[in-house]
Design a binder for this molecule. Structure first.
Ligand SMILES: O=C(O)CCC(=O)C(=O)O
Length: 488
């Protein structure tokens, strides 16, 4: 059965696109786009590609050959993904050079930046720098084991900045990205074919059995149980909606970057020997996608073990452990994450206001102030959602004083400052590690323990920051524009 193709992904010259156009058209609308012209200065584009435009495999074995990496066997399915094998980069390259017909191997999810921080292979394009996920993971682990209070590295991975390398014919099965994050993927070398299904049509990919169960209320839909390879002969009995799906297509050439929006299912094929750089990320624009997924996975995890509820001492704790194991974070991790980020945004605003004595100060030009306010608005909205969706449980405690003096948090603030000076091209704004002035925070309670507390903290901070200040309208109007009726 052939796929119905509804159109191609729009291609835009990234050098002629402003950040606000990108944010309005693609981030906010959750639409894919193919961007050109953004990779010219990359070291990777020089070192990783040979004169004949093929991957420079020798460069990899010479410089990074000892790295241990995950390699997918593209011909072997294991549950919902391809079978993974661990090997060294040199072993992988030897296999590639031998041109083995037995199996096509695909090196995936190589944490290249983490492993080689000194080697600046590329510069993340400005459009993708507003990345809360990786900046957070640069300083904190995502999941903390409740029993030991230690970061659990089995579940939480160190970051989501990857290198992918595969010979012609290697491919990635149909999936939506981790946490329903955005992703961007840059072809340093080679070509890829992408097939996309918008989130509005995702229900067409469900297994009929799952749909029936969902319809009769006996089980929630397990969205993970979807089609694996859209080019397979898909059973009409098992997936009756599949033939109605209308796909968007894209061929991505060398030096082109694709932006993949939240929740869009996609399947990817390397049409030639290809090396790409891929990041997963989220920010204020798609945070609600992440929360909605977490809530859905939680309900699913709970439903799954409902039978043992009565004999289980800590049923809720078990649900949260399962949630973290399946999704990579649980409610507490997510809550701590958004609380630390709110505090970091508030610190930045205090810092900016402190700098605002001179006429030329950044507070007056306000694009950055507005961005921090938008961030707080989106976090506030999610906290209200968490509260209204009657989610209960142990959210953990953020102790403001401890957090403010923690070197990890100070680094998070510095990183956040760096992000927005890049996004708004404010190179003059000092991005040195910021000293938090504790006196600014004396008026706040010392703890944030629930979504309700977080909303109160944000409201209090914005009202404090707006007092005695000519610019009060920027902050207040941005924060409450999204919920106009709540403006005091
Ligand atoms: O390039 C690939 O094979 C898969 C990449 C992908 O799925 C992504 O970046 O979201």
């Amino acid at each position: 059965m052939s796929l119905k193709i509804g159109g191609q992904i729009e291609k835009v010259n990234g050098r002629q696109l402003s950040y606000s156009e990108f944010a309005e058209k693609y981030l906010a609308q959750n639409q894919p786009v193919l961007l050109t012209g953004l990779m010219d200065d990359w070291t990777a584009s020089k070192h990783w590609v040979s004169a004949n435009a093929q991957p420079n495999l020798l460069f990899f074995s010479t410089h990074f050959g000892k790295s241990k990496v995950q390699v997918a066997d593209c011909d072997t399915r294991e549950f919902t993904d391809q079978k993974r094998i661990e090997m060294s980069v040199s072993e992988f390259i030897n296999h590639w050079l031998q041109g083995s017909r037995e199996s096509v191997l695909y090196l995936k999810d190589w944490h290249f930046v983490k492993e080689y921080p000194e080697y600046q292979a590329y510069i993340t394009p400005r459009f993708f720098t507003d990345d809360w996920l990786n900046i957070y993971l640069d300083n904190y682990g995502m999941h903390v084991d409740p029993d030991t209070d230690q970061v659990n590295n089995d579940i939480c991975c160190s970051d989501y900045r990857f290198v992918y390398m595969g010979a012609k014919g290697s491919w990635t099965p149909l999936h939506a990205d981790v946490f329903r994050s955005y992703s961007w993927s840059a072809n340093v070398c080679g070509r890829k074919k992408w097939l996309f299904l918008p989130p509005q049509q995702v229900n067409l990919l469900f297994d009929r059995h799952e749909q029936l169960l969902a319809q009769y209320g006996t089980k929630l839909v397990n969205m993970k149980n979807t089609v694996y390879d859209i080019f397979d002969d898909i059973s009409e009995i098992k997936f009756p909606g599949f033939k109605k799906a209308i796909w968007l297509e894209c061929t991505q050439d060398q030096n082109e970057i694709i932006f993949v929006p939240s929740g869009w299912y996609h399947q990817v094929h390397n049409l030639e020997d290809t090396i790409s750089i891929n990041h997963n990320w989220f920010n204020g624009y798609n945070l609600s996608w992440v929360w909605d997924l977490l809530l859905r996975d939680y309900k699913e995890a709970k439903e799954y073990i409902e039978d043992i509820k009565d004999i289980c001492d800590d049923f809720e704790g078990l649900c949260q452990r399962n949630l973290a194991a399946n999704t990579g974070m649980n409610f507490k991790d997510f809550f701590i994450f958004i609380s630390r980020l709110s505090l970091a945004n508030v610190v930045e605003l205090y810092y900016l206001r402190g700098e605002s004595s001179s006429e030329s100060s950044i507070w007056h030009c306000s694009a950055i102030v507005k961005h921090f306010a938008l961030n707080l608005a989106s976090i506030r909205k999610i906290a209200l959602k968490m509260k209204s969706e009657a989610v209960q449980g142990n959210f953990g405690i953020i102790n403001l004083w401890e957090t403010l003096s923690d070197p990890k948090f100070i680094k998070l603030c510095a990183g956040l400052g760096r992000i927005y000076s890049v996004v708004h091209e404010e190179e003059n704004w000092s991005c040195t590690v910021k000293k938090v002035l504790m006196a600014d925070f004396e008026k706040y309670g010392s703890q944030v323990c629930s979504p309700e507390d977080l909303v109160t903290f944000i409201d209090h901070a914005v009202s404090e920051l707006s007092s005695n200040c000519n610019e009060q309208s920027t902050l207040l109007s941005v924060l409450y524009e999204i919920q106009p009726r709540q403006q005091k």
